[in-house]
Design a protein around this ligand. Sequence first.
Ligand code: HGY
Ligand code: MN
Ligand code: MN
Ligand code: MN
Length: 404
Amino acid sequence: MGFEEMWAALLPVGRDPVTGGYHRFAWTPPELECRAWFLSEARRRDLDVEHDANGNMFAWWLPDGGSRDAFPAEGAVVTGSHLDSVPGGGAFDGPLGVVSAFAAVDRLRERGARPRRPIGIAVFAEEEGARFGVACLGSRLLTGAIDPARARALTDGDGHTFAEVLHNAGLDPGAIGPDEDLLGRIGCFVELHVEQGRALREPVGVASSIIPHGRWRFDFGGEGDHAGTTRLADRRDPMLPFAGMVIAAREAAERNGTVATVGKVRVVPGGVNAIASSVTAWLDARGPDDAAVRRTVKEVDEAARVAARPHRVSVDLAEESYTEIVDFNAALRDRIAGTLGGPPVLPTGAGHDAGVLAARVPAAMLFVRNPTGVSHSPAEFAEPADCLAGVEALTAVLDDLACG
Ligand code: HGY
Ligand code: MN
Ligand code: MN
Ligand code: MN
């Protein structure tokens, strides 16, 4: 099953027939179908599949006679990415890295390569945080970057907790958390991902860094009431400070040279003729350095409180997740760049599991050109020739790191 066939098999899963956007939220039917696809491709290649306690999956190509319990001291070379999506996401963000990983293993085998160290293909759970709100939830749990008790209590839009969903998926919510044995078996992690910007002009590039980025939740508490019979003076309408917060986010970003986005809001009760009782809004803020991002969030918070005061609305701010700047492992990055003959090296404003793993193991990223530069949208795209160039690059990198 080559790259094209695997891609064709995944393409329709979770795709909205009208918008073309993807809805593959962690442990919902479309994402479970993607997981089943992953397991079938791993079995097809006789890869040894390991599920960690956090919902992540690893398919191991073990050296001849190797076993999962006897990895070499230098550890495995792991590649892969994620299969979940943002609401209305694109086809490439995540799956391109997983399909390319299987295709690269196939190419190595066709060429008679024999790994001297295990090669792993990873799928990390809930990378987008679209269901439970925290980005890279699976890789954060694996690396100890989030408190397991907090993770268990995370809820989705229907009030289901992460613990419930894990239990229903056959996992033990009590077992989630850092897995030092598994981390100790990962020698390095190289994630291939579609470029989510307009900077890459060649088919394949290498990541230098991920800029600081995070997401914060604002809760505005007001008083629900009738839209027609409630005098303006009697209202405590949380929509008003929410509106102020959205404008303030853009203005703070312009002042601080960052980017800030409010893309998700939940209004309760959400009736046309009902004044909201509460509004929850999420701020995504990113920027060149931690201080600029922190200033942006602080200014948005201050503006929200100023806007709330005259309406006697409460404002609560919670940090959902934050990743400081990730400078990828220079030695690994330079070795990969050398293998690929000096490709462009560029930063990214998008978060990735590789950025979370980088805190614990040498990590690197390959980018595949996206001519539209658009991502988290059905317009996200990569030319088939560039996708195959990505597979070729990943093949060369795995060959050098695991077989050479
Ligand atoms: O949000 C991000 O930056 C990534 O696409 N998860
Ligand atoms: Mn994404
Ligand atoms: Mn991604
Ligand atoms: Mn009525």
